[in-house]
Design a protein around this ligand. Sequence first.
Ligand code: SF4
Length: 391
Amino acid sequence: MRTIPPPPPAGPAGGLYVHVPFCVRKCRYCDFYSIEAPHPPAAFLEGLGAEIDLVSEGGRLFCDSVYFGGGTPSLLSPGAAARILDRLRRALPLDPGAEITLEVNPGTVDGRKLASFRAAGVNRLNLGVQSFRPEKLGFLGRIHGPQEAVRAFKEARNAGFAQVGVDLIYGLPGESRETWRADLEAALALGADHLSCYLLSIEPGTPLGRERAAGRIRAIAEEEAAELFLFTAEHLSARGFLHYEISNFARLAPGEGGACVSRHNRKYWTGAPYLGFGPAAHSYLPPRRFWNPPDLGRWLAALSSGTGPAAGVETLDRGQQVLEAVFLGLRTLWGVDLGDLRGRLGYDLVRRHAARLERYLESGLLRLEGERLFPTTRGMLVADRLAVELA
Ligand code: SF4
């Protein structure tokens, strides 16, 4: 079994998330908030600047990661990305060595644009490839083909990006272990540093959701999805990847530790603070969570009236904080810190759920080492249920 790296260093460093809710065309499975547009309009960029100044907590949150997500943030011009980064640096103390990630749709970039993003300060890319098979891409309604994804990856390397991740989707109707293996192999052959492998979720209200409701397509069975998940974990572990979160795998070269783990995404799973900007963005300043309306017009209207655009605020009580800590910990390789639960939240999980815990340890869903409770790969499959039962 691969050695588990030490827990991420505790500390107050936060993350910054910029949501760019524009896409060339909606994909057939997508239920994220995004608007079809060739590029982000000027009003959005002005709104972002105003929100950064307004919501930056008086510049108190030290941050060491920025993540441009979407939507399709690669529709930003590199100049606009540089100006957003400048604005963030002026409003908040941002580590000069911060990880700065951009999600890239392969159908929206060329080598020159990628090189300009690198010059603007972006140092990590996540390519939304989803599949290297034309029939899967067609089914999903992506705007790019496999060749564009391969080209974008190679151009990213040529542009000087040392960290390039690939996002893939599996579990389409009729997907077999062989078709999925071919996708994984194609990403590995390119030399991806990070892989995010998401099970297709067919949501109501999307074109795929309507096709399912009409009986034209059928989601794969739960057992098949579980089988593909276990296959993915096994296959990528054997190829030198660290399975550090249910859907996320980081290349682990000898001596690198967890070097390719996404610093930004790890914040979401370890309860670190983060601030989100843009329509539909979420923020977390423990124990307070707040979120923006998934609506460009409402977000802009709030900002132009000089008020914060948050559409909702929630302060987590002690029970919610326990659930959150267990729920997030059981999704990751770092597990749940039982000493922290006891000391910080007064929750003794072992004493409170001794019998249940024993059962899960015996059945191989969980593993206990000292003060840390880890999910096994099979445990990750049912992490949500385990968290509800143990929190
Ligand atoms: S590119 Fe991403 S955000 Fe945009 S429609 Fe497709 S899945 Fe949704």
